[in-house]
Design a protein around this ligand. Structure first.
Ligand SMILES: Nc1ncnc2c1ncn2[C@@H]1O[C@H](COP(=O)(O)OP(=O)(O)OP(=O)(O)O)[C@@H](O)[C@H]1O
Length: 326
């Protein structure tokens, strides 16, 4: 996808090599209200051939972590190694091996995509084939229109092409799928998958937990500047229990409902669904076998409840997100 291999491709490290490592990174700033601790001991590793997703609610510290990882900001304490170097003091040789997908605001509004990509390509000794890249990302159709006239999704694709033009070994993607229609989203996902297979390390932030679940090999869940959870999607979503049963009902649970729940089972209302204004969704944990399912069906019958949207599926990253809390 990036064109004919050149000597630049040979510089890609072996899959699994740690290309970014943050160790006990703290960041504090002084504001009018006093000292603000934005990051409090963040450690993470991103490896070649892997997608590492930084997740967390607004203000969790994702952008600050990305900025420090790229050398745009320096930690107050702790160490950062990007391709074996301190990115804050990085020589230009290191920068040429790092791609950054800027949010749309970072693109020059009066340039055209064609001109911007030619300009970026001219900065590198072994740039990607920008015509192939433009075709792949569907930029051809609007390559000669000024960036300010492009839609949000079109700008996103230009930003991704710009990040890949230098044939990087490490790519930082800030919300790569935000605002994309399903077709563009699929193109971007396929490209991320190809880059991963080619051995690049991809570090992305997203608020779209389904996207993270689909793309990420490693997930770092931040909250208030602290890593609350870290691991593979499988590690984060399995808690050693059987998959929980979930269902919706047309009323809230009463204290009587809760008092008569069969022994060994626990019922919880799932907040995300209730706050969305839909019918309460209830999760039953502790189901170990068919005996528990029979007891549950008996309880529905006795309480006059008719469950709908009954599922028994894997926990998702969204479940983990809600467990950690906003
Ligand atoms: N220079 C600064 N002075 C004071 N507070 C700051 C500064 N920079 C960031 N913050 C605060 O640090 C916290 C983390 O910000 P950051 O942008 O890293 O979060 P985020 O996880 O990327 O959020 P979002 O999902 O909204 O983009 C926020 O509460 C933000 O207001």
């Amino acid at each position: 996808m990036l064109g004919q291999p050149t000597s630049a491709d040979l510089r890609l490290p072996a899959p699994g090599t740690a290309l970014l490592h943050l160790d006990d990174v703290h960041k504090s700033v002084h504001s009018r209200t006093g000292r603000v601790e934005i990051l409090r001991g963040v450690s993470l590793t991103a490896r070649a051939g892997c997608v590492t997703a930084l997740l967390g609610p607004n203000g969790a510290g994702k952008t600050t972590t990305l900025n420090i990882s790229q050398g745009l900001d320096r930690p107050s304490h702790g160490s950062v190694r990007l391709l074996g170097e301190d990115p804050w003091r990085a020589p230009s040789a290191l920068r040429s091996r790092v791609g950054v997908m800027l949010q749309e605001g970072g693109l020059p509004p009066s340039a055209t995509p064609a001109r911007l990509l030619r300009h970026i390509a001219a900065l590198y000794r072994h740039p990607a084939d920008i015509l192939a890249l433009s075709e792949r990302l569907g930029i051809d159709d609007f390559a000669d229109r000024t960036i300010r006239r492009l839609s949000g999704g079109q700008k996103q694709r230009v930003a991704l092409a710009a990040a890949l033009t230098g044939r990087p070994a490490v790519v930082f993607l800030d919300e790569p799928s935000a605002g994309l229609d399903p077709i563009s989203r699929k193109i971007v996902f396929d490209i991320i998958e190809e880059l991963k297979q080619a051995g690049l390390a991809l570090i992305l932030t997203t608020h779209l937990l389904d996207d993270a679940q689909r793309l990420a090999d490693e997930v770092i869940l931040l909250k208030h500047g602290v890593v609350e959870r870290a691991g593979s999607v499988a590690e984060l979503t399995s808690n050693g229990e059987k998959n929980p049963v979930e269902f919706t009902i047309d009323r809230r649970l009463t204290p009587d409902d809760e008092a008569t729940v069969p022994q060994g089972l626990t019922l919880t209302e799932v907040d995300s669904q209730v706050s969305a204004g839909s019918e309460p969704r209830v999760r039953v944990s502790g189901v170990q076998g068919t005996r528990d399912l029979v007891a549950l069906a008996q309880w529905w019958h006795e309480r006059g409840l008719m469950p709908e949207q009954l599922t028994m599926s894997d926990r998702s990253l969204e479940d983990v997100f809600w467990e950690v809390g906003p």
